[in-house]
Ligand binder design. Sequence first.
Ligand code: BES
Ligand code: ZN
Ligand code: ZN
Length: 500
Amino acid sequence: MHIDWQISPMKEWRADVVLFYAFEDSTETFGGLGRWLTEHPGWAGLLDPPRDFVGKLLQTAIYYGSACEPVARVMLVGLGAAASFDLEKLRNATAAALRKCRELKIARVGLPLPALDGMPTGVAAALREAVIGGTTGLYLYQALTTRKQQPEDFPAALEILAATDPDAGLREAVLDAVRITSGIVLSRDLVTAPANLATPAYLAKTAAELADTYGFTLTVIDLEQAREMGMGLFVAVAQGSREPACLIVVEHCPAGTEQDAPLVFVGKGITFDTGGISIKPSAKMEFMKHDMAGAAAVLGAFKSIGESGLRKRIVGILPCCENMPDGKAYKPGDVLRSLAGLTVEVISTDAEGRLILADALSYALRYKPAAIVDIATLTGACIIALGDRVAAVMGNREEFIDAIRTVGSGVGECLWPLPQWELYCDDLKSEIADFKNVGERKGGAVLGGIFLKQFVPDEVTWAHLDIAGPAWTEKDLMSIPKGATGFGVRTLLELARQWR
Ligand code: BES
Ligand code: ZN
Ligand code: ZN
C-alpha cells in the first residue's frame, strides 16, 4: 500500500472512502468530522438517527454519498469509550477500517488529518500509530500460495488528507511509521516462513541484504569457525542438523561512533526446534518454526535502524541453527565446554536456546558493550507464567529493566519483570559440571534467565527478554493478524533510539 499526502482544501479532497473515528456512545461528533460535514452539505444526514453505529471498538460503518460528491464513501470506525482510549485502540481501529476496505476492494483511502483532532496523545503520535496499526493490520504472507487468498492490492493507497501543508512533525510521523512498519514486516516474514525456507543460511542472506542496503558490517561465522573459537554450546546444538549453522554478526557503526561502546542485541535463531534427542511431542510441533523470532526481531529492528539512519553504534549477534535428533546430535548427559570456559551438563536437549545464547553472550563481550539485550522464545514456562501477550524481562540492573519496560509500553509491547535472585542458582548445580542446562520445571522462565546470567559478568548491563508467548498469536489481534507478531522489533528499535 502506497502512503502519501493529499494537500488541498477540504472541499477538494478526493478518495474512494474517507475515514473518521468515533468514541462509543458519544453525542459529539469527534475530531474534524463536524467540520467536514459543514463543508460537505451532501453528507449532512450522516449523523441523523437512527444510527446502527455506536462507536464500539473496531465497529465500522460505511455511508454512501450521492454520485456527485468527490468522496464516494465515509467510513466511521469505533474507538470504544473515550475514557479508556489508548494508542493500541487507535492502531487496532485503523487496522479494522483498512481491512474493511480490503474486503470491499476499495482502492484509495483518505485519512483526514482532522479525523485525529483532539486525540489525547497529540496529532503527530496518533498519526504515526494509525499508519503503523493500519499497515501492519493488513499484513499477509502469501509468498508460498499459488492462489492468492486475499486481494492484497486493496487498498492500493492510503492518503493523508490535509487542508494546509503539514508541519515537519506530521511529515516525520508518517515517514517514521513506514520505517517502523518495514522492520515489523521483515520480522513477521522471517518468522512465518517455514523452516525449510527460513534456514540459518536464509537468515544470513537476509542480514547480508540489510548490510548491503544500509551499510552495516556483516560477519558470518560458520560451524567450523565456531568450533575453533571454542563455542562448544552452540556447536553441540547445531551438530545434530544437516542444515549448515551460522553465527551472524551485524554491526551498525556510523562514522564517528567507532570508539563508542555499542548496544548489543543477541537474538535466538533456532530455525526449527524439534527438542533434539529430548524430542517434543509431535502435536503442534510445526509452530516451532518460530523459534527464531528473537533473531527475526533483531533483524527487523536493524532494518528500521537502517531506514532511520540512526547515529548510534548497535551490534546484532544471532546464533542460528536447527535443533534436531540425529546420530550426531548432542545427548542428555553430555558435558559441554562453553566459549566462556564454563562447563554445562545437558539435562534436556530441548533447553537448547540458553546454550546457543550463552555462547553468543560470551561472544558479545568482545565488543565491550555498553549493554546487552538478548531476546528469545526461550521457555514454554514463560507462557504459563504471563500468557501469550506479554514478554518476561530479567536482568542485572533494575534501572535497565525499568527502562526497557517503559520503552515497551510506549510502543505497545508489554514486558513484565521476573526475579533473578541468587536463591535460584542452586537449581542449576550439576554433580559433574559447572551447571546443568535445566533445573526443576518450577520457575522455568526464571531459570532460563538465571542460566544466561552465569555468562554475563556483573559489571556488564544485561537484560533478557523471553518472548515465547507474544512472538506468535493464535488469535487475530487486528493490527496483528494471526501468526507471527513481530514482537520486539519496536522495543529494540526504541531502545536503540533512546540510548544515551
Ligand atoms: N523453543 C522452546 C520454548 C518455546 C515453547 C517457545 C513454546 C515458544 C513456544 C524452548 O527451546 C524449549 O523447548 N524450552 C523448554 C525448556 C525446558 C526443557 C526446560 C520448555 O519450555 O519446555
Ligand atoms: Zn527447545
Ligand atoms: Zn527452542
